[in-house]
Write a protein that binds this ligand. Structure first.
Ligand code: PMP
Length: 413
């Protein structure tokens, strides 16, 4: 069969080989089957596990208000709207959600896409052209890299959070009529560190570059209004394109751009990942609207404080036990905690075996292996939730600390 000839070409690809070998050894962290809602404790393959591997930072995925928002939208609009936003796929719920997001972000408008991935791919490829230059952090999300490639622009990667390298890339000459767009994540999903947005915006201003910030992991966590890292750094007004996903703290699916009417008009005409796909299912849009409203309420603030408290307790507990979990990020008001705690392991196979032992001992984590992270940069990604209790966090610290100590003892010195 012709397809087998295509598949054969993947033989020798590190990723495919790794996936096959770990699947055969049943240590694979991937494609595990969840049997319950994403809560502090989840059922996986018939057993309860403390969930440290989800992006449900505020613990809203099983919140009654959010479920009600989803249910009401489902009752009103049915299972799907069966059309793109351009044609029959725009519901009044979309407009309510976009108005709420624009008011929250204090921008002229907002535009909701079906997923965060499509938001990045559609936006970057719509606004940047072949003649332009994209300067992007090497750890930026895959959707940013894919959108950048699709744009046809020249891409200059700078070393992760390295301001000197960013400046060097901005100093490289560009053709007369080229525009430069710098793209960074507000909070990096693997390392759990923040982009130094104050210094990045200063460099963008100095070199006349536009700035796009992906707030997928920082929305709902940082800033007085919880709009994300740009708000925390006080750089909202210097951020030309503000992007976020609705699939992390808001515990729904979808993505959005908040910005000027000119930007949004351009996207409405040119963003192919917006135009040529079906709009989000009504339940997702209803859940997003309920979530954004909840995040903007007092309860949102309490939950944001709680997730950072839980994450910092986890980070400190592991660091005190001598584990390599990195430092807090520098921010204008001092250093700041992150909902993502990265346990640096290094070797892919060691990380996978650690993942499997923790899984057997009732802790669900995410393993980030090459190429999601640099070679020999394997890590276990631990995410706190606002709904974890002190006891969940304590159990996690003890289990992880003991398991790492045992695995070190087993390794040849
Ligand atoms: N940006 C970042 C930084 C992400 O981590 C993700 C998802 N992991 C996305 C964009 C894509 O968002 P979504 O999952 O909503 O498609």
């Amino acid at each position: 069969m012709t397809v087998n000839r295509l598949i054969k070409r993947l033989d020798g690809d590190d990723r495919v080989e790794l996936l096959r070998s770990v699947r055969d050894a049943d240590v694979s962290p991937y494609f595990r089957v969840m049997e319950s809602a994403t809560a502090p404790v989840v059922q996986v393959e018939g057993v309860d596990k403390i969930m440290l591997g989800s992006n449900n930072y505020l613990g809203l995925a099983d919140h009654p208000d959010i479920k009600r928002g989803a249910r009401e939208a489902l009752d009103t609009f049915g299972s799907a709207i069966t059309g793109s936003r351009l044609l029959n796929g725009t519901m009044d719920l979309h407009l309510e959600l976009e108005n709420e997001i624009a008011e929250w972000h204090r921008t002229e408008g907002a535009m909701v896409f079906t997923t965060g991935y499509q938001t990045n791919v559609g936006t970057i490829s719509a606004v940047v052209g072949k003649q332009d230059v994209i300067v992007v952090d090497s750890a930026a999300h895959a959707s940013i890299r894919d959108g950048s490639q699709l744009s046809g622009a020249r891409i200059r990667k700078f070393a992760h959070n390295d301001l000197q390298d960013l400046e060097a890339k901005l100093q490289e000459p560009v053709d007369g009529d080229s525009a430069v767009l710098v793209i960074v994540d507000g909070l990096y999903s693997m390392e759990g560190d923040l982009a130094p947005l104050d210094e990045i915006t200063a460099l963008c201003t100095k070199y006349g570059a536009a700035l796009m910030v992906d707030e997928a992991h920082s929305l709902g966590v940082y800033g007085d209004r919880l709009t994300g890292a740009a708000e925390l750094f006080g750089t909202e007004n210097d951020t030309d394109i503000r992007m976020a996903s609705l699939s992390k703290s808001p515990s729904s699916t979808g993505g959005f751009i908040a910005g000027s009417n000119d930007l949004l008009d351009t996207l409405r005409i040119h963003a192919r990942a917006f135009l040529f796909t079906t709009s989000g299912v009504p339940a997702a849009v209803g859940a997003s609207l309920a979530s954004v409203r909840l995040i903007r309420s007092d309860e949102g603030r309490q939950r944001a404080d709680r997730v950072l408290h839980n994450a910092e307790t986890l980070r400190k507990g592991l660091a005190d036990a001598g584990l390599d979990v990195g430092a807090r990020s520098r921010t204008p008001g001092g250093d700041t905690a992150s909902p993502i705690v990265s346990l640096h392991v290094g070797d892919d196979l060691v990380a996978m075996s650690l993942w499997r032992t923790l899984f057997d001992r009732g802790i669900f984590t995410s393993a980030a292996l090459h190429p999601a992270v640099p070679r020999d940069g394997a890590l276990l990604r631990l995410c706190a939730m606002a709904s974890h209790t002190d006891s969940h966090i304590r159990t996690a610290i003890e289990t992880i600390t003991d398991t790492v100590a045992e695995s070190r003892a087993e390794l040849p010195s």
